[in-house]
Design a protein around this ligand. Structure first.
Ligand code: AMP
Length: 408
């Protein structure tokens, strides 16, 4: 199966070629023909599966056939600014050989630049719900020409309390439209929503959303509570990582850890929702470019963010929602490269760990870091605690490289 087989517009095929994609990923192979055929779609796919292109390429192809003009024909809603920015870039990349205008409408930045983008008459709007509603309520944007509506990461929109806003936005779109709906999980609120938002959708499920990406090696590191930070440092010391994301459950913890690592001369930055939009962009860009080797983040960064070359993920806390575990560790091992994920856990978190293991239907191996001066914790009485370095899969030429924090 190749991209040529779908009957995509020539300009879109040129865009795909420029991206260097040679063959469609499984979700692309399943979804592109259905979307080109005009069907509504409900998709659940793991992050890193090529989901964005799965909806962007056929939409762009249909837009290319229609020619320009006639208002905004495609609206994509995303839960976070970072995801919106990423999808905006994807549309621009894939549509680089088309006559296409894309507008990015997101909160946290001034209205002026976005107003200009709207006045330029975009074909595609990629937006977060709050800011889009502001413009809609001011009468500055009309959705009456929307033919394609994409609701992405709907379960995350639910978590963030956006569903009422999403509903109001959908009500402003024409009834006659094609709707593409993506959600990794289907809690009852979302199942109800699919019934009024979608018409006879084709369901595309790629891989079990409960399964962490196969390219990720993951393990649990039990430790006494007082030694969490020391263990984190020891793991960083013993791991030869290219770039590492450390997840924490709270913004305060993210700032504290970033501060401590900074004092220890790590190139580190924090990313969470209390930081300004400019700081968030700087953090992500700096992490992607290699200025920062370590990103300390709350779950805002766990979903869908496409950061290439993240070699390691460390969960400083066990995530409270099992799905977040899968999403967090999915930040590494993306797009065919492999990665390692470590989860530090303490006795208080045993139940949460069990619910994650039930969710992914697998027992996560317990490991002890060699040479670390462990204090006793009752967790060590659990069976199957393997001694070892910081996880297998740490890829260095000569085993583990101690003390090396350099990018390779
Ligand atoms: P996504 O799941 O949309 O976040 O995509 C994950 C990554 O895979 C992104 O970096 C895409 O650029 C990349 N990607 C998407 N489709 C393909 C493809 N057919 N071949 C190679 N890489 C792809």
């Amino acid at each position: 199966m190749s991209f040529q087989d779908f009957g995509l517009a020539a300009t879109v095929l040129q865009g795909i070629e420029a991206m260097g994609y040679t063959e469609p990923t499984p979700i692309q192979a399943r979804a592109i023909p259905e979307i080109l055929g005009g069907r509504d779609l409900m998709g659940s796919a793991q992050t890193g599966t090529g989901k964005t292109a799965a909806f962007a390429l056929p939409i762009l192809s249909r837009l290319a056939e229609g020619g320009r003009g006639g208002g905004c024909r495609c609206l994509v809603l995303e839960p976070t600014r970072e995801l919106a920015a990423q999808v905006d870039v994807a549309f621009r990349d894939y549509g680089r050989h088309m006559d296409l205008k894309v507008a990015l409408i997101q909160g946290g930045v001034g209205f002026g630049g976005q107003r200009e983008q709207i006045q330029a008459g975009p074909d595609v709007i990629v937006a977060t719900p709050g800011r889009l509603l502001d413009f809609l309520e001011q009468g500055e944007i009309s959705l009456k020409d929307v033919q394609f509506l994409v609701l992405d990461e709907v379960d995350r929109m639910l978590d963030m309390g956006f569903l009422p806003q999403v509903r109001r936005i959908v009500e402003k779109c024409p009834k006659q439209r094609q709707t593409l709906f993506f959600s990794a999980t289907l809690p009852p609120e979302i199942a109800t929503m699919t019934q009024w938002v979608l018409k006879d959708p084709v369901v595309v499920e790629i891989g079990a959303t409960r399964t962490p990406a196969e390219t990720v090696t993951h393990a649990l590191y039990p430790v006494a509570k007082d030694q969490k930070f020391d263990l984190l440092l020891a793991i960083l010391e013993q791991t030869s990582f290219q770039s590492c994301i450390i997840f924490t459950s709270t913004k305060v913890a993210a700032d504290q850890i970033a501060g401590q690592l900074h004092r220890l001369k790590h190139a580190v930055v924090a990313l969470h929702s209390n930081r300004s939009q400019a700081e968030r962009v700087e953090a992500l860009e700096g992490f992607k470019s290699g200025k920062y080797e370590v990103l300390v983040a709350t779950d805002i960064a766990a979903r869908g963010l496409d950061i290439a070359g993240v070699s390691h993920v460390i969960n400083y806390d066990v995530p409270g929602h099992p799905e977040d575990y899968v999403h967090r560790i999915g930040r590494t091992g993306r797009a065919q490269s492999s990665g390692d994920a470590f989860t530090i856990f303490t006795a208080e978190e045993v139940d949460t760990v069990r619910s994650i293991e039930r969710f992914i239907s697998a027992k996560i191996p317990r490991k002890k870091l060699e040479g670390f001066p462990y204090l006793y914790t009752a967790l060590f009485n659990e069976q199957s605690l393997a001694p070892g370095g910081p996880g297998k899969g740490v890829r260095t030429m000569s085993g583990y490289s101690f003390g090396s924090r350099r990018r390779r």
